[in-house]
Design a binder for this molecule. Structure first.
Ligand code: GTP
Ligand code: SPV
Ligand code: MN
Length: 591
C-alpha cells in the first residue's frame, strides 16, 4: 500500500531529511512482515528466541542498563506558554524543544532503517479512536507497537487522504541518557522521543499519545483520557457493572483488571471481565452517562510479582506471542522473575545479560536481582482468558464507578466513597503514592499524584481539575467516586490486606454502593462501609486488622491537609475554587 495522504508524506520526507536513514520501510501489519523483522532482530541480538515448545512465539529483549523505566525528568511539555504546561510538568518552548532534540535526531538513523508505523488507538470505527504514525529505528518498537496498538494498512485506509494523525518520531540515537528527551508538542499534535529504547518512552501510542496528547485533546474536545484500568464485574444475577480505576504506575492496575474471584465470591457467582489495564478514554453519551474504551490492544505489564496465585489470568495471557523485557533467562530457554512461578532457578542470565545465581551480591552490597524490578511483558489483550466481549466494541462500556487509589503504608483506609462528584474530584486531586520502579526517582517516597496523572497530564493540572469538575456537571448519571488503598501496612511493614483476588470484596461493596443498594457510614473523609456489608467469607482476618484497615487517624489526616494545602498552592489562583472549598470542608469535618 502507498501513502496517499500528502501531509503525511511531506512530514515523513522532512523527518527522513533530518534523521537520514539508509532505508525506509512502511509497516503493513502482516504476519510475514512480523516474521521477517523478528528474524532480523534475532540475528543482531536485539532479541533472543525463547524455548518455542514451552513459550511459542515468545522472545526476550534487554534494554541498555540505564534505560529501564520512564525518565520523567527528561519528559517535557512544549507549549508556547509555560503556564499552559503548568507547575507539575517540565516545560520547554517548542523552538527550544525542536532545536535541542533536532540536534540529537540529526543523522541518528544513518546506517539504519526507518520504520513507518501507522497505528490506531481504539477499536476501528469508534468515535473515540485516534490515529498516530510513529517513525522509529527500532524493530523492538515495531514489534511492541504491533501488540499494543492496531497497526498497518488498515490504519492508512481509515486515515484516508486528509485524516488527522499524531506525528510520532522516535530514534534510539546513541541511547545516551545525557542525550535523551521525550518531548510533547500538543499544539502541533507531535511527539519527539530520542535516546531511549524503554517502553513508556518509546511506544509512543501509550503514555505520550494516549495520555499526554490525548488529555490535551480531551479537554479541547470535551472528553477524558485517563490512566485507568477498565473492568466489568458480573454479579450473580448476570448484571455487569463496569468500573474504571486510576492507580499510579506499578500500583496494581493490571492485577485488578484481571482479577480472579476468591472462592467464596466465585461460589456466589461473581465473574470479572477485563476491558483494559492502563488507559481509558471516556466520553459522555446521549444517555447522560460516561462511556469508556481501552485505546490499547495489548498489555505492557510489570513481570515481578506476577504468578499463578497473584494473577493467574496474566500468567495464562503471556504463555505465547509475548515479548519479555529485562527478565531472567533460564537455562531451558524460558524466563523467570522475582516472585514469579516455580522455584528460584539455580542459575541463569540476568536482565543485564550476565551469569546469575541466587544470592550473588551486587555492587550495592545487596543480592542481585535476576529480573529488573520494572521488567515487563508485552502480550496481546485478546489472549487474556478474562477479556471482555466489549473489548473491541466501538461504543465502549458504561462506567458505574470511578476508583482512585495509591500505595500508602498509612493514612488512607481500605476503601471510602466520596459524598458527591465534586468531592470525588477532590479525592482524585489529593491522591498520593509511594514512588515505584516504574520511574526513575527516590523509590518509596510519597508524592502527590492526582488521578495517577502527575507524569501524564499534557497541560496545566489546575485546568485538568476544572475539566473534571465540568465533565461531572454535564452528566445526568455521573459515576460514583471511590478511593481505595490495598497497601496499608502494620508496624512490621507487612501488608494488612491480602489484596489481589480478595480486592473483589471491596469491588462488591463499591458496586452495591453505586447502585444505592446498601447504606454506609459517614466519616470526616467520606462514606465508609459498615463492616457487616463486606463479604469476608473464607478470609481469616483478625478484628484488629480490619479495624486498622478502616482506621481514620485524625492527626495523620490533619497533617495530610497541611500537605494538600501546600500542594494546591503550586497552582495559585488557577486552582478551581471548588477544590479549596472541599479542602476547607474536610478541615472543618476533622474538627
Ligand atoms: P503499570 O503497568 O506501571 O501502570 O503498573 P500497574 O498499575 O498495572 O501495576 P501492577 O498490577 O502491574 O502491579 C504492580 C505491583 O504491585 C506488582 O508487583 C504486583 O504484584 C503488586 N500488586 C498488585 N496488586 C496488589 C495488591 O492488591 N496488593 C499488593 N500487596 N500488591 C499488589
Ligand atoms: C507506567 O509506568 O505507568 C506503565 C509502563 O504503564 S510505561 O509504559 O513504561 O509507562
Ligand atoms: Mn501504567
Amino acid at each position: 500500500m502507498e501513502i496517499e495522504h500528502n501531509a503525511l508524506n511531506n512530514w515523513i520526507n522532512e523527518m527522513i531529511r533530518l534523521c537520514n536513514p539508509d532505508k525506509v520501510v512502511l509497516i503493513n501489519g502482516s504476519e510475514e512482515e512480523k516474521e521477517k523483522l523478528e528474524k532480523e532482530a534475532l540475528s543482531t541480538g536485539e532479541l533472543t528466541l525463547l524455548n518455542q515448545e514451552k513459550l511459542p512465539g515468545c522472545v526476550l529483549h534487554r534494554t541498555a542498563h540505564n534505560d529501564v523505566a520512564r525518565t520523567e525528568n527528561l519528559t517535557f511539555i512544549c507549549t508556547s506558554e509555560k503556564e499552559a504546561a503548568g507547575p507539575t510538568n517540565n516545560w520547554m518552548s517548542p523552538e527550544e524543544g525542536y532545536k535541542k532534540a533536532g540536534d540529537i535526531f540529526k543523522n541518528s538513523m544513518s546506517g539504519r532503517t526507518m520504520y513507518v508505523i501507522p497505528f490506531l488507538m481504539g477499536p476501528a470505527g469508534s468515535p473515540f479512536s485516534k490515529i498516530g504514525v510513529e517513525l522509529t529505528d527500532s524493530i523492538y518498537v515495531v514489534l511492541n507497537m504491533r501488540i499494543m496498538t492496531r497497526i498497518g494498512d488498515r490504519v492508512l485506509s481509515i486515515l484516508g487522504v486528509n485524516g488527522e494523525f499524531t506525528r510520532c518520531l522516535h530514534s534510539k540515537a546513541d541511547l545516551d541518557i545525557n542525550r535523551r528527551l521525550i518531548l510533547h508538542f500538543p499544539e502541533d499534535n507531535t511527539i519527539w522521543s530520542v535516546g531511549s529504547g524503554y517502553g513508556g518512552n518509546v511506544l509512543l501510542g501509550k503514555k505520550c499519545l494516549a495520555l499526554r496528547i490525548a488529555s490535551y485533546l480531551g479537554r479541547k474536545e470535551g472528553w477524558m483520557a485517563e490512566h485507568m484500568l477498565i473492568l466489568g464485574i458480573e454479579k450473580p444475577s448476570g448484571e455487569i457493572n463496569y468500573v474504571a480505576a486510576a492507580f499510579p504506575s506499578a500500583c496494581g492496575k493490571t492485577n485488578l483488571a484481571m482479577l480472579v474471584p476468591p472462592e467464596g465470591l466465585r461460589a456466589k457467582g461473581y465473574k470479572i471481565w477485563t476491558v483494559g489495564d492502563d488507559i481509558a478514554w471516556m466520553r459522555i453519551k446521549e444517555d447522560g452517562s460516561l462511556w469508556a474504551i481501552n485505546p490499547e490492544s495489548g498489555f505492557f505489564g510489570v513481570a515481578p510479582g506476577t504468578n499463578s496465585k497473584s494473577n493467574p489470568n496474566a500468567v495464562k495471557t503471556i504463555q505465547k506471542n509475548t515479548i519479555y523485557t529485562n527478565v531472567l533467562l533460564k537455562t531451558d530457554g524460558t524466563v523467570w522473575w522475582e516472585s514469579g512461578d516455580g522455584p528460584v532457578p539455580s542459575e541463569g542470565i540476568d536482565w543485564m545479560g550476565n551469569p546469575w545465581k541466587p544470592g550473588i551480591i551486587g555492587d550495592d552490597g545487596k543480592p542481585k536481582k535476576g529480573a529488573h524490578p520494572n521488567s515487563r511483558f508485552t502480550a496481546p489483550a485478546a489472549q487474556c482468558p478474562s477479556i471482555s466481549s466489549h473489548f473491541e466494541d466501538p461504543e465502549g462500556v458504561p462506567i458505574t464507578a470511578i476508583i482512585f487509589g495509591g500505595r500508602r503504608a498509612s493514612v488512607a483506609p481500605l476503601v471510602y466513597q466520596s459524598f458527591d462528584w465534586n468531592h470525588g474530584v477532590f479525592l482524585g486531586s489529593i491522591m498520593a503514592s509511594e514512588i515505584t520502579a516504574a520511574q526513575y526517582g527516590a523509590q518509596g517516597m510519597v508524592r502527590r499524584d492526582p488521578m495517577a496523572m502527575i507524569p501524564f497530564c499534557g497541560y496545566n493540572m489546575a485546568d485538568y481539575f476544572k475539566h473534571w469538575l465540568e465533565m461531572g456537571s454535564k452528566m445526568k448519571n455521573p459515576p460514583k467516586i471511590f478511593h481505595v488503598n490495598w497497601f496499608k501496612t502494620d508496624e512490621k511493614g507487612e501488608f494488612l490486606w491480602p489484596g489481589y483476588g480478595d480486592n473483589l470484596r471491596v469491588l462488591e461493596w463499591i458496586v452495591d454502593r453505586s447502585k444505592e443498594e446498601i447504606n454506609a457510614l459517614k466519616s470526616p473523609i467520606g462514606y465508609i462501609p459498615d463492616k457487616n456489608d463486606l463479604d469476608l467469607t473464607g478470609l481469616d482476618l483478625d478484628k484488629e486488622v480490619l479495624d486498622k484497615l478502616f482506621e481514620i487517624n485524625k492527626d495523620e489526616w490533619v497533617k495530610e491537609t497541611t500537605d494538600i494545602k501546600e500542594f494546591y498552592s503550586k497552582f495559585g489562583n488557577r486552582l478551581p475554587e471548588e477544590l479549596n472549598i472541599e479542602l476547607d470542608n474536610l478541615i472543618s469535618r476533622l474538627g
